[in-house]
Design a protein around this ligand. Structure first.
Ligand code: GRF
Length: 208
């Protein structure tokens, strides 16, 4: 059984999509061991509590990043977390955090990286005038929105869109992408070569 740790700062719709995907068997052999937020009043944290999950606020305000991150790492370890999923977690992770979970931290970003990293990616894409954008699930490394890409889903931009209709269309795809990417990573059936995430070819069972 895999233990997921979710970090969030906001409404938590990606967290809920992950919880639903576990419940429906789309992410097999996994449970959410703990949900942590740097903001005590994050709606996603209340939603986690409503679902009977361990929901913990570790406030970041007024604290040094390293010290705050060390407390989060200790909490994840205390809950035996083996995969950390950032789901709208609006803080950069310190190197110490990333090194505590090598290749075991995922993030979802609402654009087709490497286009439009950083804040308000949907608005950046809209204002740039791209006709296709989307979402990306990637491993977290020490640069913002940068690590190896696990999965992307494209989303069209229509002439009738405004930034909100576009963000909603991307969000629908985020919910599908995150669950699928987590299932892929938990299967262990991949390798990372350079920056490339490569599914391992399935070999036919050999006869004895
Ligand atoms: C999502 O758009 C995600 O891609 C970005 O932050 C937003 C979080 O939304 N990293 P939610 O809190 O999961 O609803």
């Amino acid at each position: 059984m895999h233990n997921l740790g979710i970090l969030l700062s906001g409404r938590g719709s990606n967290f809920l999509a992950i919880a639903d995907a576990i419940a429906s068997g789309k992410i097999p052999d996994a449970r959410i061991a703990v949900v942590i937020s740097n903001l005590a009043d994050a709606p996603g944290l209340a939603a986690a509590r409503d679902r009977g999950l361990n929901a913990i606020a570790i406030e970041s305000r007024g604290r040094k990043r390293q010290e705050h991150d060390a407390e989060i790492v200790a909490t994840l370890q205390a809950h035996h977390v083996d995969l950390v999923c950032l789901a709208g977690y609006m803080r950069l992770l310190s190197p110490g955090f990333i090194q505590a979970f090598p290749q075991r931290i995922l993030n979802i970003h609402p654009s087709l990286l490497p286009a439009f990293p950083g804040l308000d990616a949907q608005l950046q894409a809209f204002e740039h005038g791209v006709q296709v954008t989307g979402c990306t699930v990637h491993f977290v490394d020490e640069q913002l929105d940068h690590g190896p890409i696990i999965l992307q889903r494209p989303v069209p931009v229509f002439p009738s869109d405004d930034p909100h209709t576009l963000a909603d269309r991307i969000l629908e795809q985020e919910h599908i992408a995150y669950a699928e990417a987590i299932a892929r990573v938990l299967s262990g059936n991949y390798q990372i070569i350079g920056r490339r995430y490569l599914p391992k070819a399935r070999t036919a069972p050999t006869k004895a």
